[in-house]
Design a protein around this ligand. Structure first.
Ligand code: SF4
Length: 714
């Protein structure tokens, strides 16, 4: 009898429900889960190819120490001994974890508990730092908490959807399908795309604003100044629920229209059209993604957007609000359990003594980190200069994905002790590990993830774990136990979820928004069949729903939104306007006259370690490319499909030229996915400098000065 299991796609932050079917002969197939509220049965190309990516080719099947197969006990003892030794000799800040939005919430919870509560350092950061940490910082500045106010349904209910720095069609394809379907059904609905490139998303746009890289603060400041002079301002909302409007408005309106055009690179007509649309349309959703976040002014960009929604009171009501789109499947879950170096757990703040005290008492831990730890770029700097003596990397490939990737690789190589927990032994990072620990892959993992709209869904196992592969939470718990720490005796992920739910409600969690306390005491069976739900959970919880497949499903409670009636998480309950000033955005020079922008393509995921296995996905775009404007191509003497060499002060790469008028002059787009495994010298992040946003620590991967010239083989 074939067995069907309801689970969740492991790729992007849309978090689509998947039904995986295993036939009697072991063949696996997937289809969209019609009951899952994120996708209602849809899947994109990556999701529908999931069954093609779960073979054992390249799998890490046993623990390894210095390249030789080892037993779990020997490997775990060594990890515990080396971490304990480094801490004893150099203090808790001499060790670090670098984890991933691929981890399940239960894995993340245990990693964070071990590092912050028992080791006593906050040196745990995640590749989600590269993805959405500017949104987290912007939310916390404006709302007093990291809360996404709206839901996916808002994109369908809006009369105007603004997509800023988001190639939704390729990066969040099912959400794009939902938006495109809503627009087709309601021709009056408008879509504005703000992006230096005319991406595939712009194909459904009524207006495409080809903004200058990093021109977003100026654009949304200009919009705020425009709105302030119109009737769109919600005076009542401003007075009742916000603080700081006058200063934000004064800063925004200090720019002349000519300066606005100059800073954004946009013409008067496009700007006026956009401002007029936003002013006249009550139901507006502004979605933003990596084009906003991955910037040295990412947090300011986020707050410039939030300012416009707060000023008009268009937040938390159906079809209205700012909406941060997370890149990874569990970026949001990581935020919930404090997987970022500057957060604690259950959305509590590491800077707050009462929060620290609450978490430490709940964990009964011997200590608690008292200050934020090292964020990703700083963390690898600390590895490079020898401050970090022991590093544990889980489910991520920083040798390819970090900015200044060659320097990161050199740092990892030089680190005295590196542990890598991964599914594959063939990643560029795994090569440099002293200890390799085999982890579970998609289809074997058991736990929860949270998508961009705060919806918690189960990832359920439907395949037997190969050989000695074990869950990441188990690996962490075993090392914690061997380091002499109590409180890690988990027998199953359901027990970790239960503890996480209990902490979310412990002593009212300082009255913060994140609360899944209704799920405390969920028994194993109810956890197994847990249907998707949004937080904050309703008081009586949703224990499980009837289903004829393995795993819960079913339509659930109505959408939950925040802040329509204020109720922000600053002590006075009011949101904060943040006065933001546009930064200098042009980094080009005579030697490096082009602006490089990196990003995703439709059919690959991150460093291709999984999607690269599917011939079907690789057929979409077979090799890396540099998207160039035709005039630029003529000027540098590069023909279509010819090889072009791109250089920055940090590195160089050689890719094929793709000449297209979708690109704007002096800008070059290169996908982020390829690594040395798939195409020689194609690691684009070797060119990206370790420049970060000063508030969030998020790297600026979208605005890199480079040179471009035809490649001549020597
Ligand atoms: Fe998976 Fe994202 Fe595609 Fe949904 S949209 S199937 S979550 S990659």
């Amino acid at each position: 009898m074939p067995i069907e299991t309801k689970t969740t796609c492991p790729y992007c932050g849309v978090g689509c429900g998947v039904i995986a079917r295993v036939d009697d002969d072991g063949a696996v197939s997937v289809k969209g889960d019609p009951d899952h509220p994120a996708n209602f049965g849809r899947l994109c190309s990556k999701g529908s190819a999931l069954a093609e990516t779960i073979d054992l080719d390249g799998r890490l099947l046993h623990p390894e120490i210095d390249g030789r197969q080892a037993g779990w006990d020997e490997a775990l003892d060594l990890v515990a001994q080396r971490f304990s030794g480094a801490i004893a000799e150099h203090g808790p800040d001499a060790v670090a974890f670098y984890v991933s939005g691929q981890l399940l919430t239960e894995d993340y919870y245990v990693a964070n508990k071990l590092m912050k509560g028992f080791i006593g350092s906050a040196n745990i950061d995640t590749n989600s730092r590269l993805c959405m940490s500017s949104s987290v910082a912007g939310h916390r500045r404006a709302f007093g908490s990291d809360t996404v106010p709206g839901t996916y349904e808002d994109l369908e209910l809006a009369d105007l959807v603004v997509l800023a720095g988001s190639n939704l069609a390729w990066c969040h394809p099912v959400l794009y399908q939902r938006l495109a379907a809503a627009k087709a059904a309601r021709p009056g609905m408008k879509v504005v795309v703000i992006d230096p490139r005319r991406t595939m998303t712009a194909d459904i746009a009524d207006l495409h604003l080809a903004i200058r890289p990093d021109g977003d603060v100026a654009l949304f400041n200009g919009l705020l100044a425009h709105l302030a002079k119109s009737t769109a301002i919600d005076e009542n909302y401003l007075a009742m629920h916000t603080q700081g409007f006058a200063e934000a408005f004064a800063t925004a309106s200090s720019m002349t229209f000519t300066e606005l055009m100059d800073r954004t690179g946009l013409g008067a007509s496009g700007l006026r059209q956009f401002f007029g649309l936003f002013e006249r349309t009550e139901k507006v959703v502004t979605c933003y993604s990596q084009g906003v976040n991955q910037s040295s002014s990412g947090t300011d960009k986020v707050n410039a957007i939030l300012n416009c929604h707060l000023a008009t009171g268009r937040i938390g009501r159906p079809g209205m609000g700012p909406f941060s789109l997370t890149g990874q499947p569990n970026a949001m879950g990581g935020r919930e359990v404090g997987g970022l170096a500057n957060m604690l757990a259950a959305h509590m703040a590491i800077e707050c003594a009462a929060d620290r005290n609450r978490v430490q008492r709940f964990w009964a831990s011997p200590r608690i980190a008292v200050r934020p730890g090292l964020k990703a770029v700083d963390l690898f700097d600390a590895v490079a200069d020898g401050r970090i003596k022991a590093l544990w990397i889980m489910a991520t490939n920083p040798v390819v994905s970090m900015p200044d990737a060659a320097a990161v690789e050199a740092a990892i190589k030089a680190c005295p002790f590196v542990v890598v927990s991964d599914v594959l032994k063939t990643t560029d990072t795994a090569r440099h590990a002293h200890v390799l620990l085999p982890s579970l892959g998609w289809g074997e993992k058991d736990g929860t993830v949270t998508n961009s709209e705060r919806r918690i869904s189960r990832q359920r196992p439907f395949l037997r774990a190969p050989c000695e592969a074990r869950a990441d939470w188990w690996q962490l718990s075993e090392v914690a136990r061997r380091m002499g720490f109590a409180g890690f005796g988990y027998a199953a992920p359901a027990e970790i979820f239960d503890e996480h739910a209990e902490l979310s409600a412990f002593e009212n969690n300082g009255s913060r928004d994140f609360d899944i306390g209704a799920y405390v005491g969920l028994d194993r069976e109810s956890y197994r069949t847990l249907p998707p739900f949004q937080w904050p959970a309703p008081a009586n919880g949703i224990k499980a729903s009837a289903s004829n497949t393995t795993g819960g499903g079913g339509k659930e409670e109505k959408a939950r939104r925040f802040f329509a009636d204020g109720g922000f998480y600053h002590p006075d309950g009011r949101a904060r306007f943040v006065a933001v000033t546009p930064a200098q955005t042009d980094r080009t020079s005579t030697d490096y006259p082009f602006t490089l922008n990196t990003g995703r393509i439709r059919d690959q995921w991150h460093t291709m370690t999984r999607t690269g296995k599917s011939a079907r996905l690789s057929a979409h775009i077979a090799e890396p490319f540099a998207e160039l404007h035709p005039r630029d191509a003529i000027e540098i003497g590069v023909g279509n499909a010819a090889l072009v060499e791109l250089k920055s002060p940090h590195g160089k790469t050689i890719v094929r030229a793709l000449i297209t008028d979708r690109q704007t002059r002096s800008n070059i787009f290169v996908p982020m996915h390829w690594n040395d495994q798939f195409a020689s010298r194609a690691r684009i992040d070797t060119l990206v400098p370790p420049l970060t946003d000063k508030v969030s620590g998020q790297p600026a991967s979208k605005n890199v000065a480079v040179s471009a010239q035809p490649f001549a083989a020597s």
